[in-house]
Design a protein around this ligand. Structure first.
Ligand code: AMP
Length: 458
């Protein structure tokens, strides 16, 4: 197996690899990095969780001229969540590069601060969603003429979401002699055609062909449709995953399943496509800070969802096509760790199940759904709960201020406090569930940084 030391990586990238704790390249990195570092265009079949971000991230950081003040690299992602995630990982990989200017530019937030920051200086690396990047480029506040590396991440998803035209326009604005790297989990005709038009003599690699795709254990459970919700709860209790996503095919099912799981005592939250951006962000934040242990989602809502170590993917109902199934289960078993995918199959979905099972490696097991009776003996709640504080960066709040207000004299033990996230006008703090009322009372009656803020549990 190749290791990072045998690749011609610049020494400035080693601190980043150390910071992330990467010692051995994942299969997609071992296959993709040699042509990328050679400056070639690339088509990579890489499912979510394969380590593709570091593959293109190392490539684009290697080519960066740290003295250059223009935008030199652009990564396009289908969703805001994925762009944020990619931006974070690139920043960590760039630990050894002094003063890297990287901006994440996505829709769903107002244009003005982005415009103001771009007018102040051009970021060297931009990560963003196609709609917003197109808009900023058309307004001539984002200058793409110096982009020497263009990355299309999850290209199939971008096409599914109708971003083909912005992607083409954006590519047309980049340097004609650029390197283009296209990553996609699937290769429908639309992707082939896009690659033919935007890439030059690309190298082609596939993570799965190398046998490197993480093994995902798959089980199909026959179920009477009347007991589907009960079966979801029973399976979660049987496997007791630390975190799980339950996929539903309709928005109505998403709401109903989340509601029924909460009744069974789970810390379950719903995520669907037509939620306000802020509500979506709050749901994802609670999943990340361990206040939610079951996310119930539709396919659209889960695009770009990237959660470390998702132990189980559970299909409340099978999707109607194989690609959607592959995307769903690809959210477990990340970076070589084994994953678990459970699917309920009602009698009328048997044909669908057979079609999907026929192309899975290893083949899914087939059994009857467990039907435990009664309520769970142990509550299936997440270990933490989240408090929202109506104050944030604009109030100059810092994590230490909130930590101080909670743990000060006769306060909570530091171990009861989890992740603290400070946003522009709000902050979120995860608290051990048993301590949450105490924490809330303390914050409301006391002061943070000498001021009173409204606090409420999410
Ligand atoms: P990605 O497919 O880029 O979303 O990466 C999936 C996960 O694998 C992320 O949690 C990465 O931090 C992790 N990862 C990527 N490369 C490596 C590596 N070489 N060694 C260990 N973990 C990695």
């Amino acid at each position: 197996m190749t290791d990072f030391a045998s690749l011609p990586l610049s020494p400035a990238l080693h601190p980043g690899l150390d910071a992330l704790g990467y010692t051995t390249p994942t299969p997609i990195q071992a296959l993709a990095l040699p042509p990328i570092l050679d400056g070639r265009d690339l088509i990579a079949q890489a499912p979510t969780g394969s380590g593709k971000t570091a593959a293109f991230g190392l490539g684009l950081l290697q080519r960066l001229d740290p003295a250059g003040t223009r935008t030199q690299a652009l990564v396009l992602c289908p969703t805001r969540e994925l762009a944020d995630q990619v931006g974070r990982q690139l920043r960590r990989l760039a630990t050894g590069i002094a003063n890297l200017k990287l901006s994440v530019l996505t829709g769903g937030v107002s244009l003005e601060p982005q415009t103001a920051s771009l007018q102040a200086h051009d970021p060297q690396v931009v990560v963003g969603t196609p709609g917003r990047i197109q808009e900023l480029a058309r307004k001539r506040v984002l200058h793409l003429g110096g982009v020497r590396v263009l990355v299309l991440d999850e290209a199939d998803r971008m096409l599914d979401m109708g971003f083909e035209e912005p992607v083409r326009e954006i590519a047309g604005r980049c340097d004609a002699h650029r390197q283009t790297l296209l990553f996609s989990a699937t290769f429908p005709d639309g992707i082939r055609e896009l690659a033919r038009q935007l890439l030059r003599a690309p190298a082609e690699v596939a993570a799965e062909a190398a046998g490197g795709a993480p093994a995902i254990e798959q089980h199909f459970f026959d179920v009477d449709p009347a007991f589907r919700q009960k079966a979801v709860a029973d399976l979660l209790l049987r496997y007791r995953p630390e975190s799980a996503v339950v996929f539903c095919n309709t928005r109505k099912d998403v709401d109903e399943v989340a509601g029924s799981l909460r009744q069974f005592g789970f810390s379950a939250l719903a995520l669907h496509g037509d939620m306000e951006q802020r509500d979506r962000d709050e749901v994802l934040l609670q999943l990340a800070n361990r206040s939610c242990n079951v996310l119930v989602a539709s396919d659209v809502a889960a695009r770009g969802l990237d959660v470390e170590d998702l132990a189980v993917v559970l299909n409340h109902e099978l999707p109607t096509d194989v690609d959607a199934y592959r995307h769903r289960i690809g959210r477990t078993g990340r970076a070589g760790r084994g994953g678990l995918a459970l699917s309920l199959v009602a009698p009328r979905e048997r044909a669908r199940a057979e079609m999907i099972a026929a192309v899975q490696q290893p083949s899914p097991s087939r059994q009857n759904a467990p039907l435990a009776t009664g309520r769970p003996s142990q509550p299936a709640q997440a270990p933490m709960a989240t408090l929202r504080i109506d104050g944030g960066k604009t109030d100059k709040l810092r994590p230490g201020d909130i930590l101080g207000a909670l743990t000060g004299e006769a306060g909570l033990p530091a171990a009861a406090i989890g992740k603290i996230a400070i946003h522009a006008t709000r902050s979120y703090v995860a608290i051990a569930r048993a301590q949450v009322e105490r924490a809330s009372a303390r914050l409301e009656s006391g002061k943070i940084k000498g001021r009173r803020f409204r606090v409420r549990p999410l």
